[in-house]
Design a protein around this ligand. Structure first.
Ligand code: SAM
Length: 341
């Protein structure tokens, strides 16, 4: 598997188990996975990897000093490299980002987990009262979804109860599927680690709530991230969706490297929808820097250069029936065609 995300900082992984080289240290960013790794530990390497003698095969490169443009991350340890009875692996959705937005089930799952694994920004969203109860927190900066997910799996295969966390819901552009794919690639099964998904409120719903009632009819999500899906395919999906009567939620709308994707998206939307189509923009729903704006499709492209649209923003594009009333977006469900009110 290849994980081309490249940002990194200095998280050291200490999976645990039968490492021949070096002692597991107890810093909060070290991997405790387990498995029979024969290489010695360096400060940015994950030791989850079991019996691989080549440290590149399972190293977490999210960490600090690595600045490579593109990082190959191969899944290392297989299920045969672990001796312990597996622990549990739970993918937990944190919701939009404030403690009140987390479900009680998510809080309970995190309290039950011995290890919590996640992107640092997401781990920071977890209340201290929960993280303080965990035996270990393994957090890495913005990158390395594959290595981070593998870390969580190796820790579970090594006998730990592990929660891997993400914002929103684990089934929405998130790691639940990747966890199952990596489990399979290791020769493990979902049942072996009692794999479970604990849902969270997805960004589309958190953002819709701030806008009024824009999603009340058929809705399709499109991500503008071309990290895993090539842009021509994203363009084709946008055309298909925009020409039908769907409300569209746009995830990953803008980054400095993806300006052109956003511009292309606006252009495609305008080929199928009127410039006065209502558009809701929510940045950082449920977070301290939350911003909400209702505008029109014709105004959207120039807002790409403003701070309200970035990688923590979700955009809701209304269908032909969506209207704005009293600063709220409303998409009729169709009741008005059957009932008088
Ligand atoms: C990799 S996706 C993860 C989605 C997440 N699993 C969910 O269910 O919402 C990241 C994208 O979700 C959206 N997003 C996540 N949190 C958000 C928030 N608090 N406010 C607005 N959009 C958010 C943004 O479009 C962001 O680029």
């Amino acid at each position: 598997m290849t994980d081309t995300n490249t940002d990194s900082d200095g998280s050291t992984s200490n999976c645990g188990a039968k490492t021949d080289g070096g002692e597991s240290s107890s810093s909060s960013t070290e991997s405790k996975c387990g498995a029979s790794s024969s290489d010695s530990s360096s400060s940015t390497e994950s030791k989850c990897g079991a019996s691989t003698s080549d440290s590149s095969s399972s190293d977490s490169k999210c960490g600090a000093s690595s600045k490579k443009e593109s990082t190959e991350e191969n899944v290392g340890a297989t299920v045969d490299d672990f001796d312990a009875d597996p622990g549990q692996l739970v993918a937990v959705g944190l919701g939009p980002g404030h403690p009140e937005g987390m479900t009680q089930r998510a809080k309970d799952a995190l309290l039950e987990a011995e290890h919590i694994v996640g992107y640092t920004t997401y781990v920071d969203l977890i209340p201290d009262g929960i993280t303080e109860q965990a035996d270990d927190i393994y957090d890495t900066p913005m990158c390395g979804e594959v290595s981070r997910t593998e870390e969580s799996i190796d820790r579970a295969l090594a006998g730990n109860d592990v929660a891997i966390v993400g914002s929103g819901d684990p089934n929405v552009y998130a790691l639940a599927g990747l966890a199952l794919e990596i489990l399979e690639s290791k020769g493990a099964t979902a049942s072996m680690v009692d794999f479970e998904v604990v849902p969270g409120v997805p960004a589309a719903q958190s953002c819709a709530a701030r806008l009024g009632a824009p999603l009340v009819n058929d809705t399709v999500s499109v991500s503008l991230s071309d990290h895993l899906v090539p842009m021509p395919e994203i363009e084709s999906r946008l055309h298909s969706v925009a020409k039908e009567s769907f409300v569209i939620t746009i995830y990953n709308p803008w980054s400095r490297k993806r300006r052109e994707n956003f511009e292309k998206c606006c252009e495609i939307l305008l080929t199928h929808r009127d410039p006065d189509t209502p558009v809701g923009i929510v940045h950082g729903a449920g977070r301290e820097d939350e911003q909400v704006l209702i505008t029109e499709l014709g105004e959207l492209e120039e807002l790409g250069e403003s701070e309200i649209i970035d990688m923590t923003t979700t955009i809701v594009v209304g269908n032909e029936e969506t209207y704005v009333w009293d600063d709220r977006m409303v998409t009729p469900r169709g009741y008005e065609t059957k009932y008088d009110y």
